[in-house]
Design a protein around this ligand. Structure first.
Ligand code: SF4
Ligand code: SF4
Length: 380
């Protein structure tokens, strides 16, 4: 058995669904995209992601020779009704959380240990990635193609996949790239389904309009982004608070997965029982430990962003019973939370919401929250 075959067998034994290998040559299309779309991704520069360093794998691992691309199909278990439509399946599957104590992180850790045990040098791991453009690496390693919704689609699986790349200093046997897309020429289901119009053209996403970006990336400190979610986008968030699966749910290539009878996962069921949008809005310590940390703590750990997202979802619920917790949130120490709770009260309307907004305005010290309250009052 060759070394490449041994690596692939080990990755499959860890639960990965497909494994491919490509060279460590640069990714010229990535350079081109970063240059052409500088405005779309200037926030990433400030976030410290340093996307340009992924163009040439040598920048990640001097002496890099190969990239091993492992695809993990994360729709393997039943997702509780209580969480579907609120939390993206990727997060529910716990395959995105990378500390070695998590399932996804342990898989990465074991893979790295195996490669190092074979005498290879392995590139560093940066929280969720090796730092190379994972989707382009998957295409070049023959384990995926890019769909019109910009997600990687793995033949026989669909787009509910996460890609882990491992840069190594050893020459391996390389797979044939899949430089095609099997999206039917007239299919636009993903583009039509996206609530925010984030898929602005075939194979092109405006990240600032994507709900996932607004939920988990849009935090303090990035260029041209505000943690105050664009009011135009808020109603379009519906009940989603962490990720969004709408364009993937619409894709015909995912229907087999979505309709499959999947085994119930006891841990997920118990976690779902603890979860509620009003609990997320309050974010007590116990709730955070039981319902947030197991699923949602990735690179966003500050409570106020979860609370912000919950406030928007509650404002979209049309349910007058959530007015009292939103009124309570108007006393939250975080201005960001008060501002979004005010928006939600403005959406729900009614005498109690209006009274709470008027009372809050008299004591509000934050300029942005005060602006949100005035805007909400104007709608009630
Ligand atoms: S994840 Fe949601 S918001 Fe983002 S492109 Fe897909 S449907 Fe649109
Ligand atoms: S919905 Fe249609 S166009 Fe969009 S990714 Fe799926 S197959 Fe391709």
């Amino acid at each position: 058995m060759s070394l490449t075959e041994e690596i692939k067998d080990y990755a499959l034994a860890l639960g990965y669904s497909r494994v491919g290998v490509t060279t460590a040559e640069p990714f010229p299309l990535y350079v081109q995209a970063l240059q052409e779309r500088a405005d779309d991704y200037d926030w990433a520069v400030d976030s410290g992601l340093r996307l340009e360093r992924g163009v040439d794998p040598q920048d990640r691992l001097p002496g890099a020779r190969s990239i091993i691309v492992a695809v993990y199909d994360y729709v393997r278990e039943h997702f509780p009704e209580k969480l579907v439509g609120k939390i993206g399946r990727l997060y529910q599957s716990r395959s995105y959380i990378e500390p070695p104590t998590s399932l996804g992180g342990a898989r990465v850790q074991l893979m790295r240990q195996f490669l190092e045990g074979k005498g290879m040098q392995v590139g560093r791991w940066f929280l969720i990635s090796s730092g190379v453009p994972d989707r382009l690496a998957a295409v070049r390693a023959g384990v995926g193609e890019i769909g019109r919704n910009t997600f990687v689609c793995t033949p026989g699986i669909g787009t509910f996949v996460i890609i882990h790349t491992f840069i190594v200093d050893t020459e391996l046997e390389y797979d044939t790239p899949t430089n095609v897309t099997h999206c039917p020429p007239t299919c636009r289901l993903c583009i039509e389904a996206c609530p925010t119009g984030a898929i602005v053209a075939d194979f092109r996403l405006n990240p600032r309009r994507c709900l996932t970006f607004n939920h988990v990336v849009n935090v303090h400190g990035f260029r041209n982004t505000s943690p105050y979610i664009d009011p135009e986008l808020r109603p379009k968030m519906a009940s989603w608070i962490h990720g969004c699966d709408v364009c993937q749910e619409a894709c015909p290539r995912n229907q087999a997965k979505l309709k499959a009878e999947l085994p119930v996962n006891a841990f997920l069921e118990v976690t779902a029982q603890h979860f509620s949008l009003t609990g997320l809005l309050k974010m007590g310590r116990e709730f955070e430990m039981k319902a947030v940390a197991p699923l949602l703590h990735t690179y966003m750990q500050k409570r106020k962003y979860f609370q912000r997202n919950a406030a928007v979802a509650l404002g979209n619920s049309g349910n007058p019973e959530v007015v009292p917790p939103l009124v309570q949130a108007m006393e939250d120490p975080e201005e960001l939370v008060r501002g979004h709770a005010a928006w939600a009260l403005g959406e729900l309307g009614g005498a109690a919401a209006r009274h709470a907004l008027e009372a809050s305005l008299t004591r509000e010290t934050g300029a942005q929250a005060a602006g949100e309250i005035r805007a909400a009052l104007a709608r009630t």
